[in-house]
Design a protein. Sequence first.
Length: 385
Amino acid sequence: MDILVLTWNYPPRRGGIENLMGSLCEELRKKHAVHVTTAHASDSTADENGIHRAPWPGLLAFAVYALWRGAIILARDREIRVVFGGSALVTPLVLILARVFRRRVVVLTHGLDVVHQNFFYQLLCVRWLKFCDRVVANSHYTASLAEQKGARPERVWVIPPGVDLGRFISIAAIEHTKREWGLEGKRIILFVGRLARRKGVKEFIQGSLPRVVQEIPDVCFVIAGGNPTESLTHRDDVRSEITTVIAEMDLEQHARVLGGVHDDDLVKLYHASDVVILPAIPTEDDVEGFGIVLLEAAAAGKPVVATRVGGIPDAVEDGKSGLLIDADDYNELSRSIIDLVADEKKRWGMGEYARSRVGETFSWEKILERYESVFSETVARMINR
């Protein structure tokens, strides 16, 4: 099957959606012809077969280019049956192309792209989800958001992100990794992700970290991630707020902000950590649609502690692959982290269960089968009409 993909979010841009779209398209290419039309990227590689980038930066330039390039591709390749949108942002673009060239529309939704509180964005992008042949949601929570915006329930499929299990097979010595980052002798609580306010990192430092430090003096909270500078919606300098709070609370010996970390080093940090956390908080204009880092932690054999917010419960089997805590219960959050860090047997057992669960449910082989089912079923409906 040939597929045309339109997406604003794509590597080398960094972020959860970018990584997901890059990996999904790479997996699809193993069995299908995939044409990707995406935004301008100044640091893209020269050899990008099948990837078409807008020659100029900016959302308007991308929209115009996506329609122009998409029309050329669809006119030339009559084998393309599905126009696939990488987020709700591109819904009107994929609908225009699909209707003009009589193809089917599938759009992937992530959470924030559905609820972003901008009147014109909701009017121009989100409201058109109800006209899509299929809407894929990354979690049951995101599916409910899409349905609230008008997507027909019978057309909404839930498919979580996939994980490249081979990427998390590490041969690096843990102590060597700790020396590289100046973390010798430390037990590590790890956070991974862009520092959007919804991640709740600052609030965790204020509400839980002092108690964890009191109980476990050799602990260090390691924050791998920087401000989402390429985001269309996040503009706050949360990293500066976090470093200020760390200094004000005299926690410099127990908290490290690493900024953006290369993928290979990130895998090493996962393996060197004792517990991975995602202390997300509910916010008015943002949501945690899934929490892909929780699957990455599981792939590295690490238990997680996360809040019961948004789509996170789809990523964590509470009490087995990790622990889920109410977002406003910082005492329980502290207690859960302390118990896991102090209990090696419990950590190991949860980590092994998490690794097995990821392999059985979230490997790209399993996830790709589900996407292929969506595409095939959508095309079959077109043929049978």
